[in-house]
Write a protein that binds this ligand. Structure first.
Ligand code: COA
Length: 158
């Protein structure tokens, strides 16, 4: 499996074609694959850094980093810290370490963009080990978000 080519961008820097590829990948995973009708494209996309990982020009992995101090209208959450979300590897690219590489680049990007700050996430519960291995620790009890079990996790600033 090839390495990911990474690009960091704010939404206005992306072309319509770039953004279409991102939204198509997000909907394919979070709406269709996870069988979950929810508001995927939201106002936080305008307050985020988008990390796009491509292989031969195709979106193979993606995450966004929401700016610190933003409230999610749809999810009713407020995080004082930068928050990584919408973490995905496209189905045909899984199991080759791309998700891990994506998260490492996301964490490194947070350190550059928001030095010294922690990172707070709302993690799907089936991936607690994945995120724990990346330095995140569970905060509080499990909860349902759009019907899917989640845990809040924090990676302390360093
Ligand atoms: C989670 C996801 C990004 C992992 O992508 P990936 O490229 O397959 O991950 P990697 O190959 O880098 O695997 C890294 C580690 O992730 C964990 N992992 C990956 N898929 C997993 C799964 N289905 N269940 C549990 N752990 C998993 C494992 O710990 C794995 O380590 P291992 O290979 O030593 O077992 C991908 O499965 C995905 O897009 N899932 C659907 C979207 C989603 O749920 N996103 C998370 C929202 S919080």
């Amino acid at each position: 499996m090839r390495q990911l080519d990474f690009r960091w961008a704010r939404l206005p820097e992306l072309t319509a074609l770039d953004w279409h590829a991102v939204i198509a990948a997000r909907e394919r995973v979070f709406v269709v694959e996870q069988n979950c009708p929810y508001q995927d494209a939201d106002e936080l996309d305008l307050a985020s850094w988008h990390l796009i990982g491509t292989v031969d020009g195709a979106v193979a992995a993606y995450l966004r980093v929401v700016d610190p101090g933003r409230k999610s209208v749809h999810e009713g959450r407020y995080y004082a810290e930068p928050s990584i979300g919408r973490v995905l590897t496209a189905p045909g690219f899984r199991g080759h370490g791309l998700g891990l590489a994506l998260m490492r680049e996301g964490i490194a990007g947070c350190a550059r963009l928001f030095p010294g700050q922690g990172i707070r996430i709302s993690a799907q519960s089936y991936l607690l080990d994945f995120y724990t291995g990346l330095g995140f620790a569970v905060v509080g009890e499990e909860y349902l978000e759009d019907g899917i079990p989640h845990h809040e996790m924090l990676r302390p600033g360093r």
